[in-house]
Design a protein around this ligand. Structure first.
Ligand SMILES: Cc1ncc(C[n+]2csc(CCOP(=O)(O)OP(=O)(O)O)c2C)c(N)n1
Length: 361
């Protein structure tokens, strides 16, 4: 079993592809059909394009705020390729790629970051929880859903994402402890992108690895190269198999890097060196995967170019639609939080209504 071969205390990282896209672990190379490999790559291209453009739209004053995914594509697409539509995805807020692969549309994603709650209303049958900003609470939601799946004897697993900083929050502990004691079908993936806003991972915990936190819950934990989509796929596949066999949760630490700012409100130049960013640029998950696919003649340079062009067109046309129809009315912003608007919200609503009507005059 893979997890047994990678002691989370020993800092040995599971990897199949090196930074040049060469196989370094032939035994574990997955035998995925070409169409699945291409879907994974094409979604990564779309995710990267959407991400870079979203930052540009925000800088142009056309988008509210945005939390970039750039650099974290493999840590999201590998795990999503290891589950089916029957399975759940509980996200934090930096999982655009995972959401796209698991059925959320680009339009819904853009609507959310445009400030429109319709962006959280996914299509029927898409088992993705809405963006969850309170750090760590999605782990409790995931454990709860997985517990229900277990009671109802459903063939489901819940994948939950959290950041490195999030592993120091209470609900990470509570959710994992509950999940482990109740032996629920859950896989928790830590995207260790090295920073929690400006706090480096080294200042957030004294634990040598984040994967070793699994030991405290009596569950398997593994460190995986989070920029290696194949390793992320294989590790998750194994964790999903355990979960569906009734063996309980697993913890995967995906070692990756946030190439962009924390959100569009952040300036990372204040707290990290350009040289550090450059070392991670060389480990780009997309380049590594495209090289692998090109070497195996699964992808051609023409198809690669076509994917990039199509992604670009889709991103531009989708955002145009969002701009044309996506602005929320003042009423909509206030209406849906409570069944009946409480007095303090009513007061804020009335104040703003007056401001807007004066501006309109
Ligand atoms: C309970 C709570 N406390 C604080 C915040 C403010 N906050 C937003 S993001 C963030 C850092 C999260 O870092 P990490 O878990 O490493 O995830 P990343 O942002 O790097 O993906 C914090 C502290 C919050 N959203 N929720």
């Amino acid at each position: 079993m893979l997890f047994n071969q990678y002691d989370p205390l020993k800092k040995k990282v599971f990897r199949i592809l090196d930074a040049e896209g060469q196989i370094v672990d032939k035994t574990n190379e997955p035998n995925l059909p070409n169409d699945v490999l291409l879907k994974m790559y094409q979604t990564m291209v779309l995710g990267r394009t959407a991400d870079l453009k979203a930052v540009q739209f925000q800088r142009q004053g056309r988008m509210l705020t945005y939390a970039p995914n750039h650099g974290q594509e493999a840590a999201q697409i590998g795990p999503m390729a290891a589950i089916t539509n029957q399975d759940w995805l509980a996200i934090s807020f930096r999982e655009l790629n995972a959401m796209l692969y698991h059925g959320v549309t680009l339009e819904q994603l853009f609507l959310y970051w445009y400030g429109n709650e319709r962006g959280s209303h996914y299509n029927e049958g898409v088992k993705v929880l809405p963006v969850n900003v309170p750090i760590g609470s999605q782990i409790s939601h995931a454990a709860g859903i997985a517990y229900v799946s277990k009671i109802q004897k459903k063939d489901e697993v819940v994948i939950a994402y959290i950041g490195d900083g999030g592993t120091s929050h209470g609900e990470f502990h509570e959710g994992l402890n509950f999940g482990s004691v109740m032996n629920v079908p859950m896989v928790v993936i830590i995207q260790n992108n090295h920073y929690a806003i400006s706090t480096p991972r080294s200042k957030a915990t004294k634990a040598e690895t984040l994967a070793q936190k699994a030991i405290g819950y009596g569950i398997p934990g593994i460190q995986v190269d989070g920029n290696d989509v194949l390793a992320m796929y294989v590790a998750t596949r194994e964790a999903v198999k355990r979960a569906k066999n009734g063996e309980g949760p697993s913890l995967i630490e995906a070692i990756t890097y946030r190439m962009g700012p924390h959100t569009t409100s952040d300036n990372p130049k204040i707290y990290r060196e350009d040289t550090e960013v450059a070392t991670w640029e060389a480990k780009d998950p997309l380049k590594r995967f495209s090289q692998y696919l090109l070497n195996k003649s699964i992808l051609t340079a023409e198809t690669d170019q076509k994917y990039h062009e199509e992604a670009n067109e889709l991103v531009l046309s989708t955002f145009k639609n969002v701009e044309a129809s996506g602005l929320e009315s003042l009423e909509e912003i206030f209406e849906h939080t409570y069944a009946q608007m409480p007095p303090h919200l009513k007061e804020q609503y009335e104040t703003l209504k007056n401001v807007f009507s004066k501006e309109a005059q």
